[in-house]
Every structure is written in structure tokens, then in C-alpha cells.
Design a protein around this ligand. Structure first.
Ligand SMILES: CC(C)(COP(=O)(O)OP(=O)(O)OC[C@H]1O[C@@H](n2cnc3c(N)ncnc32)[C@H](O)[C@@H]1OP(=O)(O)O)[C@@H](O)C(=O)NCCC(=O)NCCS
Length: 351
């Protein structure tokens, strides 16, 4: 038996060895990449040498790279307390201890030095390897149906979360939000059309409204130019964004984005918001139905979204449109002075 694995940070010079490791079928099956990724793609994954960059660790046995793992802190402000671990490792038992060593090192760094509150990690549902994640404090949070294409089939993915021991989860300062949100009112028959660059400023204004900031991952200050630039430059074969327009005003926006990874192109991710003054009046429903029409026309297998556990109105809307609860991600986002849990919901095509 080889010596215990040694660990060290990977750099651009390791990209070739990583590409070779990652291309093995027993590694591909555990990940979300394909064996077509080149060394330059893996060099990009490792990233440039940065002072505070996302660390990529390699496990070596007898001088050879046998597994790698990346700890990637999230950059969006509302989830900046969380990080994702991606493993590049064979599913075979022989590599379990390399995986254990990598996870132990990254979890320790996250807990003791990086102040990361929430770590997440995913793997093929039901795989025996997942037990090892649980032993390190990761808890199964959701089974995401048909989330990943493996050997020609859409298989379920198990997603795990780990909350840093000692975290005091729900201690928000007193809220100054004025609840409740608008009650149901008479329906507005808005026109649903594609978002255009010139809609940007009106969308930014809506996204900064308190009810929208409360229900989404937006921040209360929006750059007016950002949305228009996104509408103009998002690849039109993967990003579909609609707005609801009524009497010349933008009352809502919804988008479905097909995920970028080749093995996740069958998955569409939904986000939506309606202006406070128009909520509860059928605009959200009209936008979501339009999104789902587009998803169905493209035969998108899985349409997924996240919604805070106490956003009852949004949850009701999603359930009426065929979305099913798949699990709960603990302390996913920061909202109104505290962390909030997030429901994972999805609508999966029958065939
Ligand atoms: C969640 C949101 C998109 C829903 O859109 P909406 O236009 O307010 O919802 P609709 O009026 O189309 O209602 C859709 C369903 O929700 C339910 N609903 C709407 N208002 C409700 C209310 N005040 N109380 C209870 N249920 C309500 C109804 O069941 C309705 O179904 P129905 O058409 O069969 O009656 C919108 O309220 C919003 O943008 N909220 C703030 C941002 C946000 O939370 N975004 C979602 C992030 S996941």
C-alpha cells in the first residue's frame, strides 16, 4: 500500500496532470465535467495565482496526483458567507483516503481561518462516497432530480450543506421592514415581452424595492446600467428574460437561464420579481407561465429555483405551476440582518 497522501496547492503547472486525472471515466462519473476538457480549461479552473484566491488542493500518492479539490467562496454579496467545494476524484474505494484528506484540510481551513459559515458539496445521489461527507459534518439537504447528465441519463444529485460549528444562526437585529406585503388585488393584464436594453433603469428601480430585496438575492442599491447591459449581452441561446409591461411601466421581470456546464444544459434556473405595487395581481403568474412555455418549447428537462422558506406567496405560485419541494439549504443567504434557509424547488419533465 502506498504512503498516506500528501497535500499541496495546485498551480498552472499541474493542469496537465489534472486534465489526465479528470478524464478518467471513474472521475467523470463523480463530477460534472466531461473528459473533453483540455489542460487549458483545467488551468482556468485552478485560476491565476492570487493572494486570496480560491485554493485548489491536490492529493499526491507516490508523487502522482490522485485527487483534487477546490474551495470556492461565493462572490455575490448576500451569499458571501458561503463557499462551495468541488472534488475531482475517482469514485473507487482506493481513493477514499485521498478524498478524506482533502476534505479534512479544506473544512479545517474554512472553519478556522476563512470564517466560512456555510460549505456546500454535491455528488451522485445514493453513492457510497457520500457517507464520508456526512462524517465530516455535511448534512444531506436536497435531492435534485435529474440535475446531471451521466452516461446518457439524467441522474439525481445529492446536495449537502455544512454549517460551521458554533454558528449562532438566527439572531437578527430588530427588523424595520413594514410587513405584510400587498394583499391579493384585482388582476392586471400586463403584456409579457422580451426584456430589452432600454428596460434596464426601470428594472433596477424595481429590484431595489424592499419586498424584492427581501425575497431575492438582490442588494438594496442597484447600478442602473447593469440590467440593460445584461439584457444586451447575455447569450440569447441560454438566457431568456421577459418583462411585464402595463401602460408603459415595467411591473415585473422573470428569467430562465440554461446552466453553462455541458452536463447541465438540460437545466434551467428561474428568477423572478414583481414590483411591490403590482404584487398579488396575477403578474407573477403570467410571467412564470411564459417562462415555462419557453422551457417546454426547448424541452428543458429540469426547471429549478430557490425560494426562502418563509416566502409563502412565491412558494404557492411555484407549487401551482408544478414545482415540487426537493429540500432545504440551511442559512443560504443573508436577509434583513440574519441568515435565512432556502427551499430548493424544481419542475421535472415526465419524459
Ligand atoms: C413572488 C412574486 C414573484 C409573485 O408574483 P405575484 O405577481 O405577486 O403573484 P400572483 O399575483 O401572480 O399570484 C400567484 C399566486 O400566488 C398566490 N398569491 C398571490 N398573492 C397572494 C397573497 N397576497 N397571499 C397569498 N397568496 C397569494 C396566489 O395563489 C396566486 O395564485 P392564483 O393565480 O391561482 O390565485 C412577487 O410577489 C414578488 O416579486 N415578490 C418579491 C420578490 C420575490 O419574492 N421574488 C421571488 C423570489 S423566489
Amino acid at each position: 500500500m502506498a504512503d498516506a497522501p500528501t497535500l499541496r496547492t495546485l498551480g498552472a503547472a499541474d493542469a496537465g496532470a489534472l486534465a489526465e486525472l479528470a478524464a478518467r471515466p471513474d472521475v467523470v462519473r463523480m463530477g460534472d465535467h466531461l473528459d473533453t476538457r483540455r489542460a487549458s480549461d483545467w488551468a482556468a479552473w485552478i485560476g491565476p495565482p492570487e493572494r486570496d484566491g480560491a485554493p485548489v488542493l491536490g492529493a499526491f500518492e507516490d508523487g502522482a496526483l490522485v485527487a483534487a479539490a477546490k474551495l470556492e467562496p461565493r462572490t455575490r454579496r448576500r451569499v458571501a458567507h458561503s463557499a462551495k467545494i468541488t472534488l475531482v476524484a475517482s469514485e473507487k474505494r482506493r481513493f477514499d483516503r485521498a478524498v478524506d484528506a482533502l476534505l479534512d484540510a479544506l473544512v479545517d481551513a474554512a472553519d478556522r481561518w476563512l470564517q466560512i459559515v456555510r460549505l456546500d458539496l454535491a455528488g451522485p445521489a445514493g453513492h457510497r462516497r457520500l457517507k464520508r461527507y456526512e462524517r465530516r459534518g455535511f448534512a444531506l439537504e436536497a435531492i435534485q432530480r435529474g440535475a446531471i447528465l451521466t452516461d446518457g441519463e439524467f441522474i439525481d444529485e445529492a446536495t449537502f450543506g455544512r454549517i460551521r460549528p458554533g454558528t449562532e444562526p438566527y439572531a437578527p437585529p430588530p427588523s424595520n421592514l413594514e410587513l405584510p406585503w400587498p394583499p391579493k388585488g384585482p388582476r392586471i393584464k400586463a403584456k409579457i415581452r422580451q426584456a430589452r436594453e432600454e428596460d434596464g433603469p426601470a428594472v433596477a428601480e424595481m429590484m431595489a424595492e424592499t419586498t424584492v430585496v427581501w425575497g431575492t438575492m438582490q442588494i438594496p442599491f442597484q447600478s442602473p446600467g447593469m440590467w440593460g447591459a445584461r439584457f444586451a449581452t447575455n447569450p440569447p441561446d441560454r438566457f431568456f428574460t421577459y418583462v411585464a409591461e402595463h401602460r408603459g411601466a415595467i411591473l415585473g421581470m422573470a428569467s430562465v437561464i440554461l446552466l453553462g456546464e455541458l452536463r447541465r444544459r438540460h437545466v434551467g434556473s428561474v428568477g423572478m420579481s414583481v414590483a411591490t405595487r403590482a404584487q398579488g395581481r396575477g403578474v407573477g403568474r403570467a410571467l412564470l407561465e411564459r417562462l415555462l412555455q419557453t422551457a417546454d418549447a426547448l424541452r428543458v428537462h429540469r426547471v429549478e429555483l430557490g425560494v426562502y422558506v418563509d416566502n409563502d406567496r412565491a412558494i404557492r405560485l411555484y407549487e401551482r405551476c408544478g414545482f415540487v419541494r426537493e429540500g432545504k439549504q440551511r442559512l443560504l443567504a443573508f436577509r434583513d440582518g440574519g441568515w435565512v434557509d432556502n427551499l430548493v424547488m424544481a419542475r421535472v419533465r415526465a419524459s
